[in-house]
Design a protein around this ligand. Structure first.
Ligand SMILES: [Zn+2]
Ligand SMILES: [Zn+2]
Length: 353
């Protein structure tokens, strides 16, 4: 079968490999779609960042070369233990985060920062292959109301659910979402579901228009004159400013922008991953008593919440699927298009066969 393997910086190879066999605690999943994410491109362009090349992950036993892809939709093809035969044919989303369950953080319910964590496509073989094996306890059945294509976007939806849950936002609170890419627009929809009033900020009008469609009360295009953006946001928040700012853009300037937008005593949730070191004035945090929270990956229940919100139609994934491509064209039709700043691209999804 075909698989796309990460070897190192700008070195990704399509190879013919042997179909994996599930162990007794695992299933073999026929991959339906795997969605491409900025993290994948960063590994290709600037990496290795998350993918280990020298030491194997303690949970998966894997290091590069490994199969990429961490946003995965599939169907159970076979099982390692006959007792789980009833799972065959079940449509599933891969809960891509494996944690040890034994460390200080796992024991205190903070799985997202388990030091042994293995993630499909980054520290374990992922979904850019025709079949993959994965532990039974980390597959989540998905109802028919969610299509195979949409299932591959449940992982970024989970990132949004995790960030919103961590923030502790309450109904009626005002939130600004900085960055209206896939994760930004999923965060926006999750915030709406939590009863928040949401304002969207981006550099692209088309993305802002979609934010408006999803229910943003106000949209603002970031122009060179940043101070006018601050003034406008202040004027629609009774000159107080928003309670929460969710930074999902991951750009060098966006953390500073987000900290400045938040009201005195407000909270900034950083969801973006930064390829450069952002600079900002820490005195903004100290003197105005602002709180900054980091949010990465997810806890075990976040993905189940995402499945529920999407199955009820509260979070819409379809408008975020831009294109479907073949496994053999990931770099040409996927990465290169995603890197083209002029294109309005959300998720490009890959059909592995
Ligand atoms: Zn991702
Ligand atoms: Zn752990």
């Amino acid at each position: 079968m075909k698989a796309l393997l990460y070897y190192g910086n700008k070195d990704i190879r399509l190879e013919e490999i042997e179909k994996p066999k599930p162990k007794s605690n695992e299933v073999l999943v026929k991959v339906k779609y795997t969605s491409l994410c900025a993290t994948d491109i960063e590994e290709w362009q600037y990496g290795p960042l998350w993918i280990q090349t020298t030491t194997s992950n303690p949970l998966s036993g894997k290091k590069a070369p490994l199969v990429m892809g961490h946003e995965i939709s599939g169907v159970v093809d076979s099982v390692g233990d006959i007792n789980y035969q009833n799972l065959i044919g079940t449509r599933v989303v891969i809960n891509n985060v494996l944690t040890c369950g034994k460390c200080y953080w796992c024991q205190s319910g903070h799985h997202a920062v388990c030091p042994s964590m293995a993630v499909a496509g980054l520290s374990a073989d992922g979904g850019l292959q025709e079949y993959m094996v994965w532990p039974i306890k980390n597959i989540i059945p998905v109802p028919d109301s969610i299509s195979d294509e949409e299932i591959s976007l449940l992982e970024p939806a989970t990132i949004a659910v995790h960030a919103v849950r961590k923030s502790g936002i309450k109904p009626g609170d005002i939130a600004v979402v900085v960055g209206c890419g896939t994760v930004g627009l999923l965060t926006l929809q999750t915030l709406m579901a939590a009863g928040a009033i949401v304002i969207a900020v981006d550099i692209k009008q088309k993305k802002l228009n979609l934010a408006k469609k999803f229910g943003a009360t106000n949209i603002f295009k970031v122009e060179k004159n940043i101070s006018s953006l601050y003034k406008q946001i202040l004027s629609i928040t009774n000159n107080i400013g928003p309670d929460y700012v969710f930074e999902t853009a991951g750009a060098e300037e966006s953390p500073e922008l987000s900290v400045n937008i938040a009201r005195r005593g407000g909270t900034i949730i950083l969801v973006g991953i930064y390829s450069q070191k952002p600079m900002f004035d820490f005195n903004q945090i100290v003197s105005l008593e602002k709180k900054v929270i980091g949010s990465v990956a997810a806890e075990n229940n976040d993905m189940k919440h995402a499945v529920n919100l999407v199955s009820k139609g509260t979070i819409k994934l379809k408008p975020l699927i831009t294109e479907t491509i073949k496994l053999s064209n990931v770099i040409e039709d996927g990465f290169k298009k995603m890197l083209d700043g002029d294109k309005e691209i959300f998720r490009i999804i890959v059909k592995p066969d």
